[in-house]
Write a protein that binds this ligand. Structure first.
Ligand code: ADE
Length: 236
């Protein structure tokens, strides 16, 4: 059982976002566990404060070290922690490779910031990885943490029904996925490509691979160039 602990000021956001669909089934099956923990429950401040002004001045408030550290200690006491991920636009970009790597850990802790950020001293003390979901700034770390937990969970054995669907999808081989079709054979005058109805598995595979190359070249020239470097004979 993989545990995801999320240190946040908005645990209800994590619970609402992750207890649906495939992840809800994975929780039911005991494959993953989502443990959202409210940082505010650990503040020593009698008014429940968790933030204060920034030394040196500047706009906005900063989350203080004490509640975060005590929250982290409580999480560690329940189950040994593998890694503590601070979700921040100043982190390493999250990708599929990182999702696969993190899926092998037993207990991942995500620290979600709010306001202008977090006191650097507690980050230095507890954080093992700084990770970003892209070059844009969100209002808090909860959505990035949810994005990462979703992407990581898909690589945990048993979470997806079809073991294959994880290997053939986009990014696994460095290419985007080919187009797919379901019934009916004709819809709004558009026909399913004939080759997919042929029953010839080798031809279908070759067609799909070519479509993957075309799509990758068109939509993600950066990925296409990288792929062609190691497969020069497949250039289109
Ligand atoms: N917090 C705010 N923006 C973020 C981003 N792009 N990635 C991770 N954490 C964030």
């Amino acid at each position: 059982m993989t545990r995801f602990s999320v240190m946040t000021l908005f645990p209800e956001m994590i619970d609402a976002g992750l207890n649906v669909s495939i992840l809800a089934r994975a929780i039911d099956k005991g494959l993953i566990e989502i443990n959202s923990v409210n940082i505010r429950d650990y503040t020593d401040n009698k008014h429940g404060r968790v933030d204060d002004y920034t030394y040196g001045g500047g706009a906005g408030m900063l989350m203080q070290a004490q509640p975060i550290y005590d929250c982290y200690r409580a999480i560690c006491e329940e189950k040994e922690v593998s890694r503590v991920i601070y979700v921040t636009p100043q982190g390493k970009p999250f990708d599929q490779k990182m999702a696969v790597e993190l899926s092998k850990e037993e207990h991942l802790v995500f620290l979600c910031g709010h306001y202008e950020g977090i006191d650097e001293r507690v980050l230095e003390t507890i954080v093992t990885d700084h990770v970003s979901i892209g070059d844009y700034v969100l209002t808090g770390g909860e959505l990035p943490a949810m994005v990462m937990i979703d992407a990581i969970s898909r690589h945990i054995t048993g979470v997806l029904h079809n073991e294959d669907s994880c290997d053939t999808e986009s990014f696994t081989d460095g290419l985007l996925e080919y187009p797919q079709y379901s019934r009916p054979e004709e819809w709004m005058g558009k026909k399913v490509p004939q080759i997919l109805l042929s029953g010839d598995h080798a031809k279908v595979s070759a067609w799909r691979h070519k479509e993957s190359l075309i799509r990758t070249k068109d939509r993600r020239p950066d990925l296409y160039e990288k792929y062609i470097e190691s497969h020069p004979d497949e250039k289109i």
